[in-house]
Design a protein around this ligand. Structure first.
Ligand SMILES: Cc1cc2nc3c(=O)[nH]c(=O)nc-3n(C[C@H](O)[C@H](O)[C@H](O)COP(=O)(O)OP(=O)(O)OC[C@H]3O[C@@H](n4cnc5c(N)ncnc54)[C@H](O)[C@@H]3O)c2cc1C
Length: 378
């Protein structure tokens, strides 16, 4: 049995690490945190030139046709480097939703555009109640001549201010089962009836936005998937997105673990490196175990989705719980190991902690994903 990565996958990881170490520096991360948009156009173009956006997009759709495993490797490295970029929103979130629902020429335009980096997309799910489930969808799409009129307010839409297109989850019908009657629409951010306002949230390296959609007319050919039956397709695509987030969580937990190990060897108190005290060494051992668990569940989920095995959805939900909790707990541990210095603005530890909290809450917190684990396992 071989659980290792292939030579090509190891080479991809190595080149991604080199590129991100060079380009996604603390200086850049902090500059972008302080900037208005949090976006570096040049870095985006460089990543596009490397073909990264098309990694897991099929060749016939304009991508490289590699797998979710290669995408997870790249995103794990991005997590280590705290990459400030709309990569996750466009490639990790919108692309799988579009791949699961769009067809024909529109599919080619959208996925080809995302793969080349020329088009950026995102997905708008929660509303003012902040819910990630079907019952939380209240935005309305009313049929009009040749299409729909769309109204509603969406929150926590990642990088909406940088996106060309937003996939909006809306209700076209109301039935007893909240999962029915949900449709997806492609809404251009250039429409003057779409108002995007970035929110002041815990992680300034990746912005979330409030999106107000005030009676936007969407032609029928910009509806993605079946009318009223899109929720199950969205749910499957979000398994893919959750796995990508889990990869990012794994990367950031790994980096915090390494920083903490190195600091525990270098910092001395009472004439000993603090790593000699069990209060520190056992905590770091726990951090390692959590990180390894995050990595195993993430790559199993990526493999399971790619192979279409029956427990793929369960694997994705397990990875989302394990990896996002690992990132948060490991970041908290990193803070403790670093003592007072870890608490300061100048030290990077809080940047990892903030990103870990973002990843933990996005797509729903671990209790929501535990519910999904429980229902899929039942
Ligand atoms: C919010 C805040 C405000 C502060 N304000 C002030 C202030 O006003 N004035 C001031 O003088 N200082 C202040 N400090 C500094 C504070 O006193 C120190 O942070 C604290 O004493 C810990 O020391 P340290 O940061 O050097 O951590 P370290 O001693 O290096 O500890 C690092 C880690 O090692 C562990 N550790 C260290 N020794 C042992 C041991 N023997 N056994 C087991 N574990 C061990 C610690 O528990 C910690 O987890 C402040 C710190 C913070 C976080």
């Amino acid at each position: 049995m071989d659980f290792g990565f292939t030579e090509e996958q190891e080479a991809l990881r190595k080149s991604a690490r080199e590129f991100l170490t060079d380009r996604s520096t603390t200086g850049l991360v902090r500059d972008l945190m302080a900037s208005k948009t949090g976006f570096d156009e040049k870095l985006w173009k460089e990543m596009a030139d490397l073909g990264w956006m098309g990694t897991a997009i099929a060749e016939e759709d304009g991508g490289l046709g590699l797998s979710l495993i290669e995408l997870a490797i790249l995103v794990e490295e991005m997590g280590r480097a705290l990459l400030p970029s709309p990569f996750y929103s466009s490639v990790g979130l919108a692309a799988p939703v579009i791949a699961a629902t769009a067809d024909g020429a529109l599919r080619k335009t959208l996925l080809g555009g995302i793969a080349s980096g020329e088009l950026r997309a995102t997905v708008a799910i929660p509303e003012e109640e902040g819910r990630w489930d079907a019952a939380g969808i209240k935005a309305k799409a009313t049929p009009v001549d040749g299409g729909y009129k769309l109204s509603g307010t969406k929150v926590f839409v990642p990088d909406a201010h940088l996106a060309d297109e937003i996939v909006v989850v809306a209700r076209t019908g109301k039935t007893k089962d909240p999962r029915e009657g949900i449709s997806l629409f492609l809404v251009p951010t250039s429409d003057r009836k779409v108002k995007v306002k970035t929110l002041d949230t815990i992680d300034r390296t990746r912005r979330l936005a409030l999106v107000k959609i005030g009676g936007v007319e969407v032609p029928v050919d910009r509806r993605l998937g079946p009318e009223g039956g899109a929720w199950p397709l969205l749910e499957r695509a979000l398994d893919h997105s959750a796995t990508v987030l889990a990869a990012e969580a794994t990367g950031l937990a790994t980096k915090v673990l390494e920083l903490s190990r190195d600091y525990a060897k270098e910092r001395t108190q009472f004439d000993k490196p603090i790593g000699a005290f069990q209060a520190i060494s056992h905590r770091i051992a726990d951090m390692l175990v959590l990180t390894e668990n995050a990595r195993s569940t993430t790559y199993y989920a990526a493999w399971a989705i790619e192979e279409g095995v029956p427990d793929a959805a369960l694997a994705a939900a397990t990875a989302k719980v394990a990896a996002s909790e690992a990132a948060r707990v490991v970041s908290q541990g990193g803070m403790q190991v670093h003592g007072g210095i870890g608490f300061t603005w100048e030290h990077d530890m809080h940047l990892y902690y903030r990103r870990a909290k973002w990843v933990e809450m996005f797509l729903g917190d671990p209790s929501i994903w535990r519910e999904r684990v429980a229902s899929l396992f039942a």
